[in-house]
Design a protein around this ligand. Structure first.
Ligand code: ADP
Ligand code: ZN
Ligand code: ZN
Length: 763
């Protein structure tokens, strides 16, 4: 008898390899009506039985040999896709990701699919829901809406062009539009309509820039590699802020489109995607698809479908877009490659940047990593010749880099976090008609609420952390401001206590300063200026980030106050002064990456100044004006800083000179995580010892810990970690691969939540 065919199916669950299912159970694979055989395909989804349930899986391979006892292998229940969603190269990437990140293949597969496809819906999608003016609505004008109903007028104005509007169209233009849309729908002025995924669109006129020489040679370098060699090559495009990196990407993309190729552009999660999409569409005069967190499920599905079928050629997406299947991918670009949002910090802890490079390698196409402040990992790759290093050293157009100055605030009189010289500079710049931007990376009113009489501090009941006091939006019945406490680690919220739980005093003091408090102070100091705060609270409260940055961009606010949300990517042409209030903690953190992050943040925030005709000035308050890393950064620039920081990493044998894998464990019982990691460490060391003896080699793996996490208790769980470090990446991965099945089977592991973090970015 011929061997039956076996489908190797990736199913969700703790399995590092696909499971076996029978392919040729004809009764299941024949459709009864038309009797044509529907076959499972490699790269397509199937429903399979699993522990009395039916689950979705992805066929990774079809083979004649089984890894499991043949008589026990169950047949596939139902075939979903008759055409592959992922081709062999893309499946190869998913397999690689599963092995490299030690993540079960089924979970990798799920992460690679849009939510609707994870639920078994058809890959094809005919369209999605839109709103449009009804016949009645078309007879109305703005005059028919009360002058006082501002929001309704703004929303209605969006529809006057008589086009279909999707949720993300409205999100891109408006905040809190839903209630107005609901009102108009109830009135019969708006109606919902099913429209195609791909609509025609009006593009803004293309800007009339000619690339400068540096931009042109960067574009040419990448295109040449692609034309002559048609193979993988990685480029680091290091261009100072405002040097026109985006135009370089666009130049490359334009040429790719002419060749009929598609392009994947990854962008950080900073709410800038809608603006980027418009900018790309204007330049390229073609539709660009977007995948980011502000889309609903059908919008995501549509974008995914349009890219997979090649109806749209350019995809702009955040982290998980790296998995999107393309019909004819020709180029990968990662903007702001140093950005932390590319690293998934929970569940499947992948780095989208690293996966993108791996993907380009597998597809044999070029990949471009762009940044003004490249990560030390990427710089190291450029310095050692693995990546080709391209530079843009001048700002584009007439703009000049701002001057950076350290403000020594030792002994200075500081009022509410702002030193006198900074205040003076603000006055001057505002008088000259410029905007000022103040950067403080702490939202809320104050990080600590303390009892004035006994020193009690409001701590989070579930974390080893203080709760941040928020003033805004808490109001007592009598109209006085109440405020609330929020833990920024677990999001738990509670009302501000009326009196101290420890001594019953009613007098509290706010220790330290957050953006809310700064806003209050600045409004007092500059009563006739318009102050705009941009942080997670205001962008959540007031709706879309796009609207607030629009106000900032058009110069409708004089003073901008913000956290790192405001630091990245934005183009505020009229900002001439940037003040950084509190950056010192980056100099003395236990995390070896803190200095790198601080330098990146300083330069990114500084990069918001002087982006147009007017020159910019950046003032950095510090208590450590002589700190060598800081002075190197300010006086000699990022490259000098990075060289120094890389040297320190090399001396200390830290990444990128060594490879790391961090194993975390947490549990509600204080000791379980520690016990688990101790036993794991013993197992790992024991295995490693035997391996070395058997191979008669002496390999290098360091074990650090287990130790408690920097914040031991978080969300009621006690957290510990064990670090493994080696000069040899292969050794490290071999060790983990060998041990992983034992971890799944260990009784201790059931008491804890554990995870493996390869190339961890946060401790
Ligand atoms: P980056 O991404 O490097 O910070 P952008 O690509 O956003 O810089 O460019 C900064 C500004 O300079 C933008 O307003 C852009 O339109 C403008 N710009 C870029 N390249 C040119 C050029 N060659 N000529 C004139 N203006 C340019
Ligand atoms: Zn007290
Ligand atoms: Zn908490």
């Amino acid at each position: 008898m011929q061997n039956p065919k076996i489908a190797k199916v990736a199913v969700p669950g703790p399995f590092l390899f696909p499971l076996d299912y029978l392919l040729d159970a004809e009764q299941d694979l024949l459709t009864t009506d038309c009797a044509t055989e529907i076959k499972a395909v490699v790269g397509g989804r199937v429903w399979v039985p699993f522990r009395n349930k039916k689950v979705i899986g992805m066929v990774m391979e079809i083979s004649e040999s089984a890894d499991y006892e043949l008589s026990k292998i169950k047949p596939i229940e139902e075939v979903i896709d008759i055409e592959p969603l992922f081709d062999a190269t893309q499946l190869g990437l998913l397999n690689w990701a599963s092995q490299y990140y030690h993540e079960p293949i089924g979970d990798v597969m799920l992460a690679a699919l849009p939510k609707r496809l994870r639920a078994g819906e058809n890959a094809e999608i005919s369209g999605m829901q839109y709103w449009q003016l009804s016949a009645e609505g078309r007879s109305k004008t703005l005059e028919d809406i009360s002058r006082r109903a501002l929001k309704q007028r703004r929303v209605f104005a969006q529809f006057l062009d008589q086009k279909l509007k999707s949720e993300s169209d409205l999100n891109a233009e408006l905040e809190n539009w839903r209630s107005a849309v609901k009102t108009f729908t109830e009135k019969g002025w708006l109606e919902t309509a099913h429209g195609p995924c791909l609509r025609e669109s009006n593009y803004a006129p293309a800007p009339n820039h000619t690339l400068n020489d540096a931009q042109k040679s960067a574009v040419d370098a990448v295109l040449e590699s692609q034309q002559i060699q048609k193979r993988f090559q990685a480029f680091l495009l290091e261009g100072i802020t405002g040097s026109g990196k985006t135009e370089v990407y666009l130049g490359m993309i334009e040429s790719m489109l002419k060749q009929g190729k598609q392009v994947l552009v990854l962008v950080p999660e900073i709410g800038l995607t809608p603006q980027m999409v418009s900018r790309f569409e204007a330049f390229l005069q073609t539709r660009v698809a977007a995948l980011h967190s502000n889309l609903n499920d059908s919008e995501r599905h549509c974008a995914w479908h349009l890219i997979r079928t090649g109806q749209i050629q350019v995809l702009l997406g955040t982290r998980s877009a790296v998995f999107t299947p393309f019909k004819n991918l020709g180029l990968c670009i990662i903007d702001e490659e140093h950005d932390l949002s590319y690293k998934q910090q929970e569940g499947f802890r992948y780095s989208a940047r690293d996966l993108m490079v791996q993907r380009a390698y597998r597809e044999q196409i070029p990949v471009v990593l762009g940044s003004a402040t490249p990560s030390l990992e990427t710089l190291h790759n450029a310095k050692t010749g693995r990546y080709t290093h391209l530079h843009l050293k001048q700002r584009a157009g007439v703009a000049k880099l701002p001057s950076l100055k350290l403000l020594d605030i030792r002994g200075e009189k500081i009022q509410e976090g702002v030193s006198r010289p900074l205040k003076t500079a603000m006055t001057q710049h505002l008088q000259a008609g410029g905007q000022a931007l103040l950067f403080l990376n702490r939202r809320g009113f104050s990080p600590v609420l303390m009892c004035h009489d006994c020193g009690w501090q409001a701590a989070c009941p579930s974390c080893d952390a203080n709760m941040t006091f928020h003033m805004i939006s808490g109001q007592n019945a009598d109209g006085t401001v109440a405020g609330y406490l929020q833990c920024h680690h677990c999001d738990e919220q509670m009302a501000k206590p009326h009196s101290c739980p420890s001594c019953a005093s009613e007098e509290f003091v706010n220790v330290g300063q957050g953006t809310e408090r700064l806003e209050e102070t600045i409004k007092e100091w500059f009563p006739d200026k318009k102050v705009l705060r941009i942080d997670r609270d205001t962008t959540r409260l007031k709706g879309s980030m796009a609207e607030l940055t629009g106000i900032a961009q058009r110069g409708e606010a004089d003073i901008l106050i913000g956290t790192q949300m405001l630091a990245k990517g934005h183009h505020f042409p009229n900002v001439t002064l940037v003040g950084l209030l509190d950056i010192d903690q980056g100099l003395f953190s236990a995390d070896f990456r803190a200095a790198e992050r601080m330098a990146q943040l300083i330069l990114q925030v500084s990069g918001r100044a002087g982006r147009a005709e007017k020159a910019g000035e950046v003032l950095i308050q510090t208590h450590h004006p002589d700190h060598p890393l800081l002075t190197t950064l300010i006086q000699q620039g990022y490259d000098a800083f990075a060289t120094k920081a890389l040297q320190e990493r090399q001396d200390a044998l830290l990444p990128p000179f060594k490879y790391q894998i961090l194993i975390r464990a947490e549990a509600t019982h204080p000791n379980d995580g520690m016990l688990f990691l101790e036993s794991l460490k013993a197992g790992l060391q024991n295995y490693w010892q035997q391996w070395q003896e058997a191979k008669m080699v002496e390999a290098d793996i360091d074990f650090w810990g287990p130790v408690s996490a920097p914040m031991l208790r978080r969300q009621g769980r006690y957290r510990y970690q064990l670090m493994l470090q080696s000069l040899n990446r292969g050794d490290l991965h071999r060790l983990i691969s060998e041990m992983q099945p034992h971890i799944y089977n260990s009784p201790l592991s059931r008491k804890v939540r554990w995870s493996i973090d390869v190339d961890p970015q946060e401790m």
